[in-house]
Design a protein around this ligand. Structure first.
Ligand code: V47
Ligand code: SF4
Length: 368
């Protein structure tokens, strides 16, 4: 008689949608190499040998936040040691040479500042767009959007209209954490609920704003919680097709209020990516965020169903506050080499997963 795992493998091979129980079975009974091979085959069908990366720059205007998520080592209360806030002028000065560095995307997220008005964020976007009209602005998590609606008295659709007018073109996927209410109450009791996060993403998609989706794993959640989380994302994606990519985020415990020994294991990182590739059958792209995985696990992930390595980042603050050992930014050649040495074809993408490879002709150095 075929085992539960063998039956699930058959279903994967037949291209059928997996149930939550089957995803659990992959996690619990699947050996890493079988999962990796299945996920790689699925990715090969969707994306061939191409692995995307992006030349981007992170901007984090402030770490002052009215929420105090227990897993967050980055946020500070106003007046607390280490708190910072940047004005629009300071941010513009910091990214002045963005075009010279080939930057194509600004990724902007930050704390929920107790005093800043919504107008501050609009001014920031307008300022960036005026100075850098060719650079795409991907900004603000669903958590920030909910906060903007609260502080401005506007509805969420009105918030989106204003942000789009000011230059917003896409949204990152942060703030999702784990949707299960019991877990959320333990790790981020003040944060908007999972249901509200999903509602705001649905409104973003309706407003024509493509978004990303994340899942923070490796803290207090169970495997079943991870699968429930992916199920919610898969359901919404069936309705809107507005998610561009799924990004599992590996929890880092240093300086946080969550007691946990060590970081996620490399085995868990790769298994989570492989199961995500197989379960989220309506997501074309799967990102290994090298900042959280480390450069080497992110490279291995390219053999486990991943087709995107994120980008140059330049100055990462959130994960490094929680003890990340990876670089704070990588240069383009380094990323291309990681991809080529995994036997894949590096292709620069824009925020919307369009290939920019034509623009790279003659730039290859072949030094791997
Ligand atoms: O929402 C916070 C997570 C997120 C920790 O959409 C932590 O392209 C690990 O969402 N350990 C922000 N993770 C980062 C994020 C992101 C990053 C890169 C690309 C994209 C994208 C999105 O970081 C937060 C939270 O889930 N986070 N603290 C921590 N200690
Ligand atoms: Fe604030 Fe975001 Fe950190 Fe939570 S994760 S405390 S909302 S900055």
């Amino acid at each position: 008689m075929a085992t539960r795992f063998a039956e699930t493998v058959e279903k994967v091979r037949a291209g059928e949608r997996l149930s939550k129980d089957e995803a659990l079975c992959l996690y619990e009974e699947g050996d890493l190499f079988t999962l990796g091979r299945l996920a790689a085959e699925r990715n090969q069908k969707l994306n061939g040998e191409v692995v995307f990366y992006n030349i981007n720059r992170h901007i984090n205007p402030t770490n002052i936040c009215v929420n105090q998520c227990r897993f967050c080592a980055y946020s500070r209360l106003k007046g607390e040691e280490g708190a910072y806030e940047q004005g629009v002028g300071e941010i513009l000065a910091e990214v002045e040479s963005a075009e010279d560095l080939g930057i194509r995307e600004f990724h902007i997220v930050g704390g929920l500042h107790p005093d800043w008005p919504f107008e501050f964020y609009l001014e920031l976007l307008r300022g960036l767009k005026k100075a850098h009209p060719g650079i795409v602005i991907k900004a603000f998590t669903a958590v920030e959007i909910d906060y903007f609606a609260k502080i401005s008295g506007l509805s969420v659709p009105e918030v989106f209209t204003r942000l789009k007018e000011a230059g917003l073109e896409a949204m990152p996927g942060g703030g999702a954490e784990i949707f299960t209410p019991e877990v959320r109450n333990r790790i981020c009791p003040e944060k908007i609920s999972g249901a509200r996060w999903l509602e705001i993403m649905e409104l973003a998609h309706a407003a024509g704003i493509p978004t990303n989706a994340t899942m923070l794993y490796g803290h207090v959640e169970s495997i079943a919680d991870r699968i429930d989380h992916m199920e919610e994302l898969r359901r919404l994606q069936d309705r809107t097709h507005g998610f561009q990519v799924f990004i599992p985020l590996a929890f880092h415990a240093t300086n946080t209020d969550i007691r946990k020994k060590g970081e996620t294991s490399g085995i868990d990182d790769l298994k989570t990516l492989a199961v995500a590739r197989l379960y989220l059958d309506n997501f074309r792209h799967l990102k290994a965020y090298w900042v959280m995985l480390g450069e080497k696990i992110a490279q291995l992930a390219l053999l486990f169903g991943v087709n995107d390595l994120d980008g140059t980042v330049v100055k990462e603050r959130i994960t490094h506050a929680a003890g990340a050992k990876s670089a704070v930014g990588l240069d383009e050649d380094y990323i291309r080499n990681l991809i080529r040495r995994a036997g894949k074809e590096p292709v620069e993408r824009d925020t919307f997963y369009r290939s920019l490879s034509g623009l790279k002709d003659g730039k290859e150095r072949g030094n791997d």
